[in-house]
Design a protein around this ligand. Sequence first.
Ligand code: G
Ligand code: G
Ligand code: MN
Ligand code: NA
Length: 249
Amino acid sequence: MREAVENDQIIPFYQPKVSLSTGEIVGLEALARWQHPTKGILTPSFFGAVFEDHETAISIGKLLISKIAADVRQWLDQDLPFGRVALNLSPAEFGQSGLVDGMLRTFDWLKIPPNVFEVEVTETVLLGRNSSNVASALAQFREHGIQIALDDFGTGYASLTHLKQFPVDHIKIDRSFVRDLEHDSDDDAITAAVIGLGRSLQLQVTAEGVETHGQARRLRDLGCDHAQGYLYAKPMAGSQVPDLLMRWD
Ligand code: G
Ligand code: G
Ligand code: MN
Ligand code: NA
């Protein structure tokens, strides 16, 4: 794993988020992958522990952000309609001082307007020891037009308190609720409740892990705004994104 970091083998992949009402791509989520020299592309299930080691999480985070910014620069140069790009940030990254300033400097260096980005955080981030740092970082992001999404919503606890306490723009329904949506009435009820909550708090709601047309139809009928999942596209390398955006309609 240290080898992955030292040899610069952690790279961003991208998965589109689609509007359930128009079918348009509204954004991309950047997801870390390990480009292994012999095993190919590995997901965080093989290296996710790196996000738990403080130092490593911070150095990988910086590398990923600069790679993502370089990709975004290219897409801007090509006038591609990529929407917003979402970055996942770990608790450790919020522990460093100057997280927001460092990111803004990277974007500024490449002349990227910060408001093309969005930040995804899990409740673990919000529950961390330095939750006042987190709150001020989120407020700073927002001042620069960077939106905040609460990831894996419903799997942690105290979610409702967090929605009041932190400035949140989007909630993402965890894919564990979406998976059996069509067959499990509890999952359907939970999903409906989360969408209702999002709508009444004027938050945009994204469903994760959408794999079937039936799930997409149900989510749309429930008023869910956006969806992400293998039904639309699997996460892909940055080099494949222009093609995806150009052939999408
Ligand atoms: O990418 P999936 O492909 O397997 O991602 C698995 C988990 O790893 C998800 O919960 C996702 O939020 C997390 N993850 C993916 N990329 C990143 C990243 O760049 N930073 C952090 N902190 N977590 C990530
Ligand atoms: O940020 P986070 O926990 O939510 O990352 C999303 C994870 O879900 C990534 O691991 C991504 O590769 C994975 N994923 C994305 N779409 C689908 C899908 O349709 N089905 C399944 N099983 N996993 C998905
Ligand atoms: Mn995410
Ligand atoms: Na998630």
